[in-house]
Design a protein around this ligand. Structure first.
Ligand SMILES: *Cc1c(COP(=O)(O)O)cnc(C)c1O
Length: 455
């Protein structure tokens, strides 16, 4: 066993070292070779060392090099070396994070890391929370707490009685709501089309002045960090209006919530702490391995009422925090391990620096693209930028050519009717040199597409 684990670690270390020079998207023939991993179910055992060798030799070349510094797709970080190392150790521990009795260490690391996170993200001290797979599940879990609370206010026990015959709940979202929030609403029985959509401004911010009159059980869903522009909904005004009407405010803050951790960006998140529940990712801007998201709820009892098994939901909160009483899952991996390791290793200033640095790199991209004559479509306030290379077809061709070039990887989006390339700088591995190398490649490719050879 020692030899197997040592070889796997060596292969992993070589893989990480190879990322600096690699084509960011896998080459098509590497993806084609994945067929060799398949075939019929093996009749009997194989040598574990051969299994790992096959996985590395065929699998590693077919990965996206998102662990390197030149991946700018979606809002994807890498994993800080300390968090990858912590994850290896946690894998060896093989802990079940469900209950204190299953794993005192898994439970304790969550109890330590959660208040750290709440402090760092400027959320209310004493809030409760759970460690889930990502922001989608964090949205689901926070909205389940909201569903519990707004229906309990009108005397309906939704966990016991379900939604059939329940008083209707009004759910309000911005026109720019993230698909994951709609998915969470679908899973909760709220329906993704039953929502009231509030118009947004040119940066995708919900217009507080366009909020409808609020009455009865109501959940207002706002965003900290629009996935395209990085813009924040005006939380102070929306929370004040919602709370005056007894409504619950949930914040989708998958990456944007981390602005609060950087003194130069915290103003963007003004008022976000006035809400009632928040979702965020650790696997995006905190740069921990997948999968890792966190839900935070101001009143821990509301979260536990929605998530704990029937027998535990209405017990008084005690000093013993059973992890599975705050998440949809019962058995699960010890997700607090890497979050603890990241926060312990970076500290307050390290997280602030990571956020600020990546925001500055986004600005550097924007300036380089604008200087070259391309149009940046958003105000670059955070780590997200949108660039157009002309009409939709030209922009799509540039995106495909940038991905095929392999120096870096950026995805496409449609922003308020305009096709754009989206650059998201979220990786702790990205350096200024990575930005400059990527910018040079994007400009070279874009000029080539705009003026095809032979014209
Ligand atoms: C990424 C993202 C999500 C979904 O997060 P997952 O971790 O993929 O589940 C939700 N909302 C926003 C704004 C995001 O950027």
């Amino acid at each position: 066993m020692d030899e197997l684990l040592r070889t796997a670690a060596e292969r992993a270390i070589s893989y990480r070292a190879s990322l600096a020079d690699r084509h960011v998207a896998p080459l098509p023939d590497a993806v084609d070779r994945l067929d060799a991993l398949g075939g019929p179910l093996p009749d009997g055992p194989d040598d574990p060392a051969a299994v790992i060798a096959k996985l590395d030799e065929l699998g590693s070349p077919a990965t996206i090099a998102s662990g390197g510094g030149r991946y700018f797709g979606f809002v994807t970080g890498t994993s800080l070396p300390v968090t990858l190392a912590a994850s290896w150790l946690a894998g060896a521990w093989d802990q079940n994070g469900a209950l204190v009795a299953c794993s005192p260490i898994a439970a304790r690391l969550e109890e330590i890391a959660l208040p750290w996170l709440i402090d760092l993200l400027a959320l209310p001290a004493g809030s409760g929370g759970g460690f889930v797979t990502g922001a989608t599940m964090a949205n689901f879990t926070g909205l389940a707490a909201a569903r519990h609370a707004v229906l309990a206010q009108v005397g309906w026990d939704v966990e016991a009685a379900g939604l059939f015959g329940a008083p209707p709940v009004t759910v309000i979202v911005g026109e720019e709501v993230h698909v994951s929030l709609l998915k969470a609403l679908t899973l909760l029985g709220f329906g993704r089309e039953r929502v009231v959509r509030v118009p947004v401004d040119g940066q995708g911010r919900m217009r507080a002045d366009a909020l409808p009159p609020l009455a009865g059980p109501t959940v207002v869903c706002i965003q900290a960090g629009n996935v395209n522009t990085g813009a924040f909904d005006p939380a102070t005004e929306i929370c004040a209006a919602a709370h005056a009407a007894g409504a619950w405010v949930h914040v989708d803050g998958a990456f944007g919530l981390w602005a609060a951790a950087a003194p130069g960006r915290a103003h963007l998140a003004a008022g976000i702490g006035d809400a009632d529940s928040w979702s965020t990712d650790a696997h995006k801007w905190l740069n921990v391995p997948y999968d890792s998201g966190i839900v935070v709820v101001r009143d821990p009892q509301q979260l536990r009422a929605a998530m704990a098994p029937a027998a535990a939901a209405y017990l008084a909160l005690t000093d013993t925090r059973e992890p599975s009483h705050f998440t949809p899952e019962i058995s699960r991996r010890a997700r607090g391990v890497e979050v603890w390791a990241a926060l312990r290793a970076l500290g307050r200033s390290g997280v602030a620096d990571l956020v600020e640095r990546t925001c500055c790199y986004a600005k550097r991209f924007a300036e380089g693209l604008q200087t070259a004559g391309f149009q940046v479509l958003n105000e670059v306030v955070l780590n997200q930028l949108l660039v157009s290379f002309g009409d939709a077809e030209t922009t799509r061709r540039v995106i495909a050519a940038v991905q095929a070039d392999g120096t870096c990887w950026c995805g496409g989006t449609v922003w308020q009717g305009q096709t754009a390339m989206r650059i998201s700088v979220s990786s702790a591995a990205t350096t200024e040199a990575d930005v400059d190398q990527s910018l040079a490649a994007i400009l070279r490719v874009a000029r080539g597409v705009a003026q095809p050879v032979g014209r």
